[in-house]
Ligand binder design. Structure first.
Ligand code: FAD
Ligand code: NAG
Ligand code: NAG
Ligand code: NAG
Length: 510
């Protein structure tokens, strides 16, 4: 009854899809400031003396000012936002970051911290002429304690490189995102990235043990401890997790790495409707218990579009919904038996229409590859409006259906995501960006999310694109405390301006 997996033709690897996506449009995106009608705040303007100063702190090759060199740092991954920065700085040490910030703060020069520039809400690129501080050269691994699992490294380390490094010590990184080949651990922390295995390993507020960060005035805040338990006053490291570069530049990180699972199994299933999918989730939690490491869903449209655009092949037939279940455990026989028993039980009950289970690394990789390709797939043929929201599980898929009715044949709407975390990604894919479609989608989508008590940004953050919508998910009193913290840590507002915090509406100003 259980099918073996057909061979997947996957000659496109992830990097190919990403670079292909980047260069299909030869036209540069419009400047964010014009597209979204933003006014420049009263910051200083870069002078040649400033450039000279930066060259004296960094070596000359780590100060980019040539227009074509700077361009890629001004454009975000989805080519939606474009800044007008004249300069990119690439510090190598915390001390260099501190000197840069202290100088910028004195001269009221705004900055934009940048990691792998894979962020999806426009937070990682400047809006006007902010100085880009890119952490790509801060990529040293400092230490690894293979007993406790504590890894200490610089913020610019690429996630995938860290994962490969700790694997040699039988550990894994507690997170794994679709962008792991380019995102930086510092960027992950600044966005509190979630990813594919949050269900099992929790979010970064749990796994980050310590942080070193530089405040706007250049002060280095040392919270770089590697202890699991440390209740000595305020939990300051959390301020930097998810604050998207608005409170400080993260320079070093201590993170807890769980043990490398000895046995990994994967199931890919077809399901009739969303109600059954939820029942299957509930059943997976009780049948698979502690070995369940991921429960992902994608609707028919996500998979068919991805398979078509990326020239992959779907290992099972055509179904309304797909579920990917992964287990991480310590006993191969025991774990795959458990997963196979789950599959037969739920095929009998009718919750699973058809499916396949595998423990072979190559096959596992191919199935994950389909799931991870969904992200880039929509970019290949046009413009994608992306939404990343948390919803109560009962309402999880309703929004996709509501939006389909609302946009009609103007665009294709599809949903996929991390069911286990109540996090759905909804993409609206059109042939090109249009203001008309934008107005149909926003703020409608955020109003719908707020109605059921969801979050308008589950894992991608607020960035440049969502500050005006933050009130749908944050109470006034909470927003005020955010403003107070910002004022205290960055009184001149030089760190990533125009991001995260909305401007105070004129009626509330005295
Ligand atoms: C294909 C794909 C799949 C993705 N999948 C997921 C997913 O599953 N889960 C998820 O949560 N996200 C996902 N993302 C979103 C994105 O990759 C994450 O938000 C990631 O954590 C960003 O890391 P980065 O290094 O690229 O940061 P950037 O994009 O460079 O920056 C993101 C924000 O953090 C700030 N920042 C960066 N580095 C620092 C630093 N050292 N100190 C202070 N501030 C800093 C920037 O100013 C910006 O506001 C995905 C993106 C892509 C392209
Ligand atoms: C960082 O974010 C990227 C991209 O979203 C993800 O692939 C990766 O797993 C994350 N790394 C960590 C350590 O969370
Ligand atoms: C899945 O989508 C494809 C392409 O849009 C469509 O042809 C097919 O009928 C759909 N199948 C199901 C089961 O919904
Ligand atoms: C859908 O949106 C997500 C983010 O919400 C993005 O990562 C992905 O590229 C998009 N996928 C498609 C097929 O457009």
């Amino acid at each position: 009854m259980i099918k073996s997996i057909a061979i997947l033709i996957s000659n496109l690897n992830k990097t190919n899809i990403i670079s292909q996506a980047k260069y299909t449009t030869s036209v540069l995106p419009q400047f964010s400031s014009e597209k979204y009608a933003v006014k420049r705040k009263n910051f200083g303007i870069l002078k040649s003396a400033d450039v000279e100063y930066f060259k004296s702190v960094l070596s000359e090759d780590r100060v980019l000012t040539d227009e074509s060199d700077v361009l890629p740092f001004n454009i975000d991954w989805i080519k939606n936002c474009r800044g007008q920065s004249k300069i990119v700085l690439k510090p190598k040490t915390t001390d260099e970051v501190s000197q840069i910030l202290s100088y910028c703060n004195k001269n009221r020069l705004a900055v934009c911290p940048q990691g792998g520039n894979t962020g999806l809400v426009g937070g990682s690129v400047p809006v006007f002429d902010e100085i880009v501080i890119n952490l790509v050269h801060m990529n040293k691994i400092i230490s690894l304690d293979d007993i406790s699992g504590a890894l200490v490294c610089e913020a610019g380390c690429i996630l995938e490189n860290l994962d490969n490094y700790v694997r040699d010590h039988n550990l894994i990184m507690p997170l794994d995102l679709g962008a792991k080949g380019s995102c930086h651990i510092g960027g992950n922390i600044s966005t509190n990235a979630g990813g594919l295995r949050l269900l099992r390993y929790g979010n970064l507020h749990g796994s980050v043990l310590g942080i070193e960060a530089v405040k706007a005035d250049g002060t280095v805040v040392d919270c770089l401890r590697t202890l699991k338990k440390d209740n000595t006053g305020y939990h300051l490291k959390h301020l930097f997790i998810g604050s998207e570069g608005t409170l400080g530049v993260v320079t070093k990180v201590a993170i807890h790495c769980p043990a490398l699972p000895k046995a990994v199994s994967l199931g890919f299933f077809g399901v009739e409707n969303f109600e059954n999918l939820l029942k299957l989730y509930k059943s997976a939690k009780s049948s698979l218990g502690e070995i369940l490491s991921a429960f992902e869903m994608a609707d028919n449209k996500s998979i068919s579009l991805t398979v078509e655009n990326c020239k992959l092949s779907n290992p099972i037939g055509d179904y309304p919904f797909y579920v990917l279940i992964e287990t991480h455990g310590s006993d191969e026989t025991h774990d795959s038996e458990k997963l196979n028993r789950f599959l037969s039980q739920e095929m009998e009950s009718g919750l699973i229409l058809d499916g396949t289970v595998t423990s072979e690394p190559a096959k596992i990789k191919n199935i994950w590859h389909i799931r991870e390709s969904i992200a880039g797939a929509g970019l290949i043929n046009g413009y994608v409006f992306k939404y990343d929201v948390s919803l109560p599980l009962r309402n999880y898929y309703d929004l996709v259906l509501t939006l389909r009715t609302r946009v009609g044949d103007r665009a294709r709407v599809y949903g996929y995501g991390h069911v286990g975390d109540g996090n759905i990604h909804i993409n609206v894919s059109a042939s090109k960006y249009s203001k008309e479609l934008y107005a149909i989608l926003e703020p409608f989508i955020y109003e719908e999310v707020a109605k059921v008590g969801g979050s308008i940004s589950a894992e991608h953050g607020v960035g440049f694109r969502k500050p005006q919508f933050i009130h749908y998910s944050k109470d006034k009193t909470a927003l005020q405390l955010m403003r107070d913290l910002k004022q205290s840590m960055d009184p001149n507002g030089i760190l990533n301006p125009y991001k995260v915090l909305p401007d105070v509406p004129d009626i509330e100003k005295d």
